[in-house]
Ligand binder design. Sequence first.
Ligand code: GTP
Length: 298
Amino acid sequence: MKQQEQKHYSGFVTIIGRPNVGKSSLMNRMIGEKIAIVSSRPQTTRSRIMGVLSQADYQIVFLDTPGIHDPRTRLGEYMMHSVRDAMDGMDAVLVIFDVTHLTDNDLTIATDMKGKKVPVILALNKIDLASPEEILAATAKAADAGFDEIIPVSAKTGSGVDELIQCIRKQLPEGPRYFPDDMITDQPERILCAEIIREKALRHLRDEVPHGIDVEIMKIEQLSDRLTEINATVYCERSAHKGIIIGKNGAMLQTIGTEARGDIEKLLDTHVNLKLWVKVRPDWRNNVSDLKNLGYDI
Ligand SMILES: Nc1nc2c(ncn2[C@@H]2O[C@H](COP(=O)(O)OP(=O)(O)OP(=O)(O)O)[C@@H](O)[C@H]2O)c(=O)[nH]1
Protein backbone atom coordinates (compact mmCIF):
# COMPACT_ATOMS: atom_id res chain seq x y z
CA MET A 1 0.00 0.00 0.00
CA LYS A 2 1.30 3.46 -0.91
CA GLN A 3 2.14 5.54 2.15
CA GLN A 4 0.40 8.87 2.37
CA GLU A 5 2.88 11.64 1.60
CA GLN A 6 3.71 13.88 4.54
CA LYS A 7 2.66 17.48 4.10
CA HIS A 8 5.43 20.05 3.91
CA TYR A 9 5.16 23.64 5.12
CA SER A 10 7.46 26.51 4.24
CA GLY A 11 7.72 30.26 4.27
CA PHE A 12 9.72 33.43 4.68
CA VAL A 13 9.86 35.09 8.06
CA THR A 14 11.38 38.47 8.66
CA ILE A 15 12.84 39.33 12.04
CA ILE A 16 12.24 42.85 13.28
CA GLY A 17 13.34 44.58 16.44
CA ARG A 18 15.25 47.49 17.82
CA PRO A 19 19.03 47.33 17.94
CA ASN A 20 20.43 45.06 20.63
CA VAL A 21 17.23 43.19 21.52
CA GLY A 22 18.90 39.93 20.47
CA LYS A 23 17.71 39.35 16.90
CA SER A 24 20.97 37.82 15.75
CA SER A 25 21.34 35.73 18.90
CA LEU A 26 17.82 34.36 18.59
CA MET A 27 18.22 33.50 14.93
CA ASN A 28 21.51 31.77 15.65
CA ARG A 29 19.82 29.85 18.45
CA MET A 30 16.93 28.76 16.20
CA ILE A 31 19.20 27.74 13.32
CA GLY A 32 21.76 26.23 15.65
CA GLU A 33 24.76 27.75 13.84
CA LYS A 34 26.48 31.06 14.12
CA ILE A 35 25.34 33.06 11.12
CA ALA A 36 24.54 36.55 12.27
CA ILE A 37 27.15 38.32 14.32
CA VAL A 38 26.42 39.16 17.91
CA SER A 39 27.77 42.02 19.93
CA SER A 40 26.61 44.14 22.80
CA ARG A 41 26.80 47.29 20.65
CA PRO A 42 23.55 48.35 19.00
CA GLN A 43 23.33 48.26 15.19
CA THR A 44 25.75 45.44 14.74
CA THR A 45 23.74 43.82 11.98
CA ARG A 46 24.08 45.86 8.81
CA SER A 47 22.73 43.75 6.00
CA ARG A 48 20.02 41.19 5.57
CA ILE A 49 21.17 37.78 6.58
CA MET A 50 19.21 34.72 5.73
CA GLY A 51 19.07 31.67 7.89
CA VAL A 52 17.28 28.48 6.89
CA LEU A 53 15.78 26.06 9.40
CA SER A 54 14.96 22.75 7.73
CA GLN A 55 13.10 19.87 9.37
CA ALA A 56 11.35 16.84 7.88
CA ASP A 57 8.02 18.58 7.47
CA TYR A 58 8.88 22.28 7.31
CA GLN A 59 11.40 24.86 6.21
CA ILE A 60 11.56 28.35 7.68
CA VAL A 61 13.60 30.97 5.85
CA PHE A 62 14.57 33.80 8.18
CA LEU A 63 15.62 37.27 7.18
CA ASP A 64 17.49 39.11 9.87
CA THR A 65 17.10 42.84 9.43
CA PRO A 66 18.97 45.70 10.98
CA GLY A 67 17.31 47.20 14.02
CA ILE A 68 14.65 49.86 13.66
CA HIS A 69 16.27 53.19 14.43
CA ASP A 70 16.57 56.78 13.23
CA PRO A 71 18.44 57.19 9.96
CA ARG A 72 21.28 59.58 10.69
CA THR A 73 23.82 58.71 8.08
CA ARG A 74 23.47 57.20 4.62
CA LEU A 75 24.28 53.85 6.16
CA GLY A 76 21.37 54.38 8.52
CA GLU A 77 19.00 55.12 5.64
CA TYR A 78 20.15 51.96 3.91
CA MET A 79 19.36 49.97 7.03
CA MET A 80 15.85 51.43 7.16
CA HIS A 81 15.29 50.38 3.54
CA SER A 82 16.25 46.84 4.46
CA VAL A 83 13.57 46.80 7.15
CA ARG A 84 10.87 48.00 4.76
CA ASP A 85 11.96 45.61 2.00
CA ALA A 86 12.00 42.79 4.47
CA MET A 87 8.24 43.18 5.07
CA ASP A 88 7.29 42.57 1.44
CA GLY A 89 6.15 39.09 0.48
CA MET A 90 6.63 37.64 3.95
CA ASP A 91 4.63 34.71 5.32
CA ALA A 92 5.13 35.89 8.88
CA VAL A 93 6.87 38.59 10.85
CA LEU A 94 8.76 37.83 14.01
CA VAL A 95 8.94 40.89 16.24
CA ILE A 96 11.50 40.73 19.03
CA PHE A 97 11.42 42.88 22.15
CA ASP A 98 13.80 42.91 25.06
CA VAL A 99 11.58 41.99 28.01
CA THR A 100 13.75 44.10 30.32
CA HIS A 101 13.37 47.23 28.15
CA LEU A 102 9.83 47.16 26.87
CA THR A 103 8.70 50.68 25.93
CA ASP A 104 5.29 52.02 24.93
CA ASN A 105 6.92 53.06 21.69
CA ASP A 106 7.84 49.43 20.99
CA LEU A 107 4.27 48.37 21.46
CA THR A 108 3.01 50.71 18.75
CA ILE A 109 4.57 48.28 16.27
CA ALA A 110 1.53 46.06 16.91
CA THR A 111 -0.71 48.80 15.52
CA ASP A 112 1.62 49.45 12.57
CA MET A 113 1.49 45.77 11.66
CA LYS A 114 -2.29 45.41 11.88
CA GLY A 115 -2.86 46.66 8.33
CA LYS A 116 -0.26 44.35 6.82
CA LYS A 117 -2.31 41.13 6.91
CA VAL A 118 0.79 39.12 7.77
CA PRO A 119 0.80 36.92 10.89
CA VAL A 120 2.86 38.61 13.59
CA ILE A 121 4.56 36.67 16.35
CA LEU A 122 6.12 38.44 19.28
CA ALA A 123 9.15 36.99 21.02
CA LEU A 124 9.85 38.59 24.39
CA ASN A 125 13.56 37.93 24.63
CA LYS A 126 16.04 37.92 27.52
CA ILE A 127 13.65 36.32 30.02
CA ASP A 128 16.71 34.97 31.81
CA LEU A 129 17.19 38.55 33.04
CA ALA A 130 13.60 39.04 34.29
CA SER A 131 11.51 37.73 37.21
CA PRO A 132 8.37 35.65 36.51
CA GLU A 133 6.27 38.67 37.59
CA GLU A 134 8.07 40.96 35.15
CA ILE A 135 7.58 38.45 32.35
CA LEU A 136 3.86 38.15 33.13
CA ALA A 137 3.44 41.93 33.26
CA ALA A 138 5.24 42.37 29.91
CA THR A 139 3.16 39.62 28.31
CA ALA A 140 -0.06 41.26 29.52
CA LYS A 141 1.06 44.66 28.21
CA ALA A 142 1.89 43.19 24.80
CA ALA A 143 -1.47 41.39 24.64
CA ASP A 144 -3.25 44.68 25.46
CA ALA A 145 -1.32 46.36 22.65
CA GLY A 146 -2.77 43.85 20.19
CA PHE A 147 -0.21 41.08 19.83
CA ASP A 148 -1.95 37.72 19.46
CA GLU A 149 0.98 35.34 19.62
CA ILE A 150 3.42 36.14 22.42
CA ILE A 151 6.25 33.79 23.31
CA PRO A 152 8.67 34.57 26.14
CA VAL A 153 12.15 33.31 25.20
CA SER A 154 15.80 33.48 26.04
CA ALA A 155 18.26 33.31 23.16
CA LYS A 156 20.91 32.87 25.82
CA THR A 157 19.55 29.78 27.59
CA GLY A 158 17.33 28.46 24.79
CA SER A 159 14.25 28.62 27.01
CA GLY A 160 11.02 28.97 24.98
CA VAL A 161 12.85 28.69 21.65
CA ASP A 162 11.25 25.37 20.60
CA GLU A 163 7.84 26.79 21.40
CA LEU A 164 8.64 29.84 19.30
CA ILE A 165 9.70 27.69 16.35
CA GLN A 166 6.46 25.68 16.60
CA CYS A 167 4.44 28.88 16.75
CA ILE A 168 6.14 30.17 13.58
CA ARG A 169 5.76 26.80 11.89
CA LYS A 170 1.98 26.89 12.49
CA GLN A 171 1.74 30.15 10.53
CA LEU A 172 3.38 28.74 7.41
CA PRO A 173 1.41 27.69 4.37
CA GLU A 174 1.96 24.36 2.67
CA GLY A 175 4.89 24.81 0.36
CA PRO A 176 8.07 23.42 -1.13
CA ARG A 177 11.60 23.22 0.20
CA TYR A 178 13.10 26.41 -1.12
CA PHE A 179 16.66 25.43 -0.26
CA PRO A 180 18.66 22.23 0.21
CA ASP A 181 18.53 20.87 3.79
CA ASP A 182 22.19 21.49 4.46
CA MET A 183 22.09 25.13 3.43
CA ILE A 184 21.85 27.40 6.42
CA THR A 185 22.56 30.78 4.90
CA ASP A 186 22.95 32.56 1.57
CA GLN A 187 25.76 34.74 2.80
CA PRO A 188 28.92 34.23 0.80
CA GLU A 189 31.90 33.04 2.79
CA ARG A 190 33.74 36.31 2.36
CA ILE A 191 30.89 38.24 4.01
CA LEU A 192 30.71 35.77 6.89
CA CYS A 193 34.48 36.02 7.37
CA ALA A 194 34.36 39.82 7.30
CA GLU A 195 31.52 39.81 9.84
CA ILE A 196 33.48 37.54 12.17
CA ILE A 197 36.49 39.88 12.09
CA ARG A 198 34.24 42.90 12.63
CA GLU A 199 32.56 41.19 15.58
CA LYS A 200 35.94 40.58 17.27
CA ALA A 201 37.09 44.14 16.58
CA LEU A 202 33.87 45.59 18.03
CA ARG A 203 34.11 43.36 21.07
CA HIS A 204 37.57 44.67 22.00
CA LEU A 205 37.24 48.25 20.86
CA ARG A 206 33.69 49.06 21.81
CA ASP A 207 34.63 52.03 23.98
CA GLU A 208 37.63 53.41 22.14
CA VAL A 209 36.47 53.21 18.55
CA PRO A 210 32.82 53.90 17.92
CA HIS A 211 30.89 52.59 14.95
CA GLY A 212 33.23 53.58 12.18
CA ILE A 213 34.78 50.16 11.69
CA ASP A 214 34.30 47.97 8.71
CA VAL A 215 36.08 45.00 7.25
CA GLU A 216 36.73 44.06 3.66
CA ILE A 217 38.10 40.70 2.61
CA MET A 218 40.74 41.38 -0.03
CA LYS A 219 41.59 37.79 -0.80
CA ILE A 220 40.47 34.26 0.08
CA GLU A 221 42.69 31.64 -1.45
CA GLN A 222 42.61 27.94 -0.75
CA LEU A 223 46.29 27.03 -0.67
CA SER A 224 45.60 23.33 -0.09
CA ASP A 225 42.85 21.04 1.23
CA ARG A 226 43.84 21.99 4.71
CA LEU A 227 44.93 25.63 4.44
CA THR A 228 43.20 28.82 3.35
CA GLU A 229 44.85 32.22 3.17
CA ILE A 230 42.70 35.24 3.95
CA ASN A 231 43.76 38.86 3.67
CA ALA A 232 41.46 41.46 5.16
CA THR A 233 41.48 45.21 5.69
CA VAL A 234 39.92 46.83 8.73
CA TYR A 235 38.71 50.33 7.90
CA CYS A 236 38.29 53.10 10.42
CA GLU A 237 37.32 56.74 10.12
CA ARG A 238 40.17 58.51 11.92
CA SER A 239 43.91 58.05 12.07
CA ALA A 240 43.72 58.16 15.88
CA HIS A 241 41.55 55.04 15.68
CA LYS A 242 44.08 53.26 13.51
CA GLY A 243 46.64 53.27 16.32
CA ILE A 244 44.08 51.96 18.79
CA ILE A 245 43.06 49.14 16.49
CA ILE A 246 46.67 48.11 15.93
CA GLY A 247 47.50 48.47 19.64
CA LYS A 248 50.86 48.52 21.36
CA ASN A 249 53.34 46.56 19.24
CA GLY A 250 50.41 45.26 17.22
CA ALA A 251 48.93 43.48 20.24
CA MET A 252 45.30 44.48 19.68
CA LEU A 253 45.30 43.54 16.02
CA GLN A 254 46.89 40.24 16.92
CA THR A 255 44.19 39.50 19.51
CA ILE A 256 41.44 40.33 17.01
CA GLY A 257 43.16 38.19 14.38
CA THR A 258 43.67 35.20 16.66
CA GLU A 259 40.06 35.17 17.83
CA ALA A 260 38.70 35.68 14.32
CA ARG A 261 40.94 32.95 12.93
CA GLY A 262 39.51 30.45 15.44
CA ASP A 263 35.92 31.13 14.35
CA ILE A 264 36.79 31.25 10.64
CA GLU A 265 38.61 27.91 10.89
CA LYS A 266 35.45 26.38 12.36
CA LEU A 267 33.34 27.94 9.62
CA LEU A 268 35.57 26.87 6.71
CA ASP A 269 36.78 23.67 8.33
CA THR A 270 40.40 24.29 7.31
CA HIS A 271 43.44 25.90 8.87
CA VAL A 272 43.49 29.60 8.13
CA ASN A 273 46.36 31.96 7.61
CA LEU A 274 44.76 35.33 8.40
CA LYS A 275 46.49 38.64 7.63
CA LEU A 276 44.92 41.89 8.74
CA TRP A 277 45.66 45.45 7.67
CA VAL A 278 44.22 48.67 9.08
CA LYS A 279 43.40 51.62 6.84
CA VAL A 280 41.85 55.01 7.44
CA ARG A 281 38.93 55.95 5.22
CA PRO A 282 37.51 59.21 6.51
CA ASP A 283 33.74 59.40 6.62
CA TRP A 284 33.19 56.06 4.89
CA ARG A 285 29.73 55.74 6.30
CA ASN A 286 28.49 58.70 4.28
CA ASN A 287 30.30 57.80 1.08
CA VAL A 288 28.18 55.86 -1.39
CA SER A 289 31.06 54.48 -3.44
CA ASP A 290 32.84 53.25 -0.30
CA LEU A 291 29.65 51.56 0.87
CA LYS A 292 29.34 49.80 -2.49
CA ASN A 293 32.95 48.69 -2.32
CA LEU A 294 32.29 47.23 1.11
CA GLY A 295 29.44 45.17 -0.27
CA TYR A 296 26.39 47.17 0.80
CA ASP A 297 23.79 46.87 -1.90
CA ILE A 298 22.73 50.53 -2.22
N1 GTP B 1 20.98 37.79 28.94
C1 GTP B 1 20.67 37.70 27.65
N2 GTP B 1 21.39 38.38 26.74
C2 GTP B 1 21.04 38.27 25.43
C3 GTP B 1 19.96 37.44 25.00
N3 GTP B 1 19.87 37.56 23.66
C4 GTP B 1 20.84 38.40 23.26
N4 GTP B 1 21.56 38.83 24.33
C5 GTP B 1 22.69 39.78 24.32
O1 GTP B 1 22.23 41.02 23.81
C6 GTP B 1 23.25 41.64 23.01
C7 GTP B 1 22.70 41.94 21.61
O2 GTP B 1 22.44 40.73 20.91
P1 GTP B 1 22.36 40.68 19.31
O3 GTP B 1 21.87 39.31 18.98
O4 GTP B 1 23.62 41.19 18.66
O5 GTP B 1 21.23 41.77 19.07
P2 GTP B 1 20.62 42.34 17.71
O6 GTP B 1 19.22 42.68 18.02
O7 GTP B 1 20.88 41.39 16.58
O8 GTP B 1 21.46 43.64 17.52
P3 GTP B 1 21.67 44.55 16.19
O9 GTP B 1 22.54 43.74 15.28
O10 GTP B 1 22.39 45.72 16.75
O11 GTP B 1 20.35 44.90 15.61
C8 GTP B 1 24.44 40.68 23.04
O12 GTP B 1 25.32 41.09 24.06
C9 GTP B 1 23.81 39.35 23.37
O13 GTP B 1 24.71 38.46 24.01
C10 GTP B 1 19.21 36.71 26.00
O14 GTP B 1 18.26 35.98 25.75
N5 GTP B 1 19.62 36.89 27.31
